[in-house]
Design a protein around this ligand. Structure first.
Ligand SMILES: NC(=O)c1ccc[n+]([C@@H]2O[C@H](COP(=O)([O-])OP(=O)(O)OC[C@H]3O[C@@H](n4cnc5c(N)ncnc54)[C@H](O)[C@@H]3O)[C@@H](O)[C@H]2O)c1
Ligand SMILES: O=C(O)[C@H](O)CO
Length: 314
């Protein structure tokens, strides 16, 4: 049997399916792999199944390598230096599609929580500070009929657009690096144009050198003072320091974040703000979604081990 290294335990059904095809070693830790662990895994296994944040940097590919590929568990692969992997003959795969609906749902959760001040209200109730309903208490933004601006109209961006139009009657504007024709949505020329027009800006693009800090101080200053920023992509597409400043100064109305620049570190300055909703990277956190991701990673791993072209090369 070929040897598979799994970086963190996956749902039981996925671990059982992996074991039917591979001699599996599963790491007994929940934190991401360091670069030395990555190098060791590549040296001793035919396929490696990495998870979010594992340090497959260029350095990880510098030792002896037995592995033929990396079957990533997740659609985002910014923790893997794909060029360095390819340079030493490894194929890298991901799990597109399996994550789309759940992540779009998380974006909607953040939009609604931030707009309707749900986190703030929940904290008030739990603290025993709620003294009863009154007509002008905790008024938030009514999202129905407002404009959502999506930065990155890939699979998840489109699923968010669909939810915003069908569910909430929102107008959709978007920025995407290539031209895209999306029913009921207007493509704008720049990120700044989207930020200027939208009541809610949502980032849904891949993390790359080009998209790092695509939401920077300038983009934030283009947003309206009542507008909300939601990030379900990766932490580094937003300049976190600039976001904190914009929230503290009232340059924007609020934010909803599922991802952070230095996960799992969440800056104290963010935690201190009432107008931010903070989730712990929950985008795909539902059992059936993680099982689907596992099934896709397994199919990719088997193809890599058998020397076939895998279904989802990145
Ligand atoms: N919060 C979560 O748990 C969670 C879950 C799933 C995915 N994600 C993130 O969401 C991202 C998008 O997922 P998807 O399935 O929609 O992917 P996708 O490939 O369908 O879409 C990616 C988008 O990023 C854009 N993009 C890629 N490289 C770019 C570049 N260099 N410059 C400008 N734009 C660029 C593409 O044009 C596209 O709009 C993933 O890469 C991942 O990082 C987060
Ligand atoms: O990229 C992804 O798929 C998520 O962030 C991890 O589930």
């Amino acid at each position: 049997m070929k040897k598979l290294f799994v970086s963190r335990a996956l749902p039981d059904s996925v671990m059982a399916a992996l074991a039917e095809h591979f001699d599996v070693t599963c790491r007994d830790a929940t934190r991401p792999m360091g670069v030395d662990e990555c190098r060791a895994a590549l040296a001793d296994h035919d396929v490696v199944l990495p998870t979010l944040g594992d340090a497959f940097t260029a350095d990880a590919f510098t030792g002896d390598i037995r592995a033929k590929g990396l079957a990533n568990f997740g659609v985002g692969f910014n923790h893997i230096d794909v060029d360095a992997a390819r340079a030493v003959g490894l194929v890298v795969t991901n799990t597109p599609g399996a994550v789309t609906d759940a992540t779009a749902d998380t974006a909607m959760t953040l939009i609604l929580m931030a707009a309707r001040r749900a986190g703030e209200g929940e904290r008030m109730v739990r603290a025993g500070d709620w003294h009863g309903w009154h007509p002008v208490q905790m008024l938030g933004m009514h999202v129905s009929g407002k404009t959502v601006g999506i930065i990155g109209m890939g699979r998840i961006g489109q699923a968010i657009a669909k939810r915003c139009t069908a569910g909430f009657g929102m107008k959709v504007v978007f920025w995407n690096r290539s031209d895209k024709s999306i029913d009921g949505a207007d493509q704008l020329a720049s990120v700044a144009d989207v930020c200027t027009q939208a009541d809610v800006v949502v980032t849904a693009l891949a993390a790359t050198a080009e998209t790092r800090h695509i939401i920077d101080a300038e983009a934030l200053s283009a947003m309206q003072p009542h507008a909300i920023l939601v990030n379900i992509a990766r932490g580094d597409v937003v300049d976190e320091a600039a976001l904190i400043e914009a929230l503290q100064s009232g340059a924007i109305g609020g934010a909803g974040l599922d991802v952070y620049e230095r996960e799992p570190t969440v800056p104290d300055a963010l935690k201190a703000l009432e107008n931010v909703v903070l989730l712990p990277h929950l985008g795909t956190a539902a059992l059936e979604v993680r099982e689907d991701m596992g099934r896709m990673a397994l199919e990719n791993a088997v193809a890599i081990a058998e020397g076939r072209t895998p279904p989802n090369p990145v």
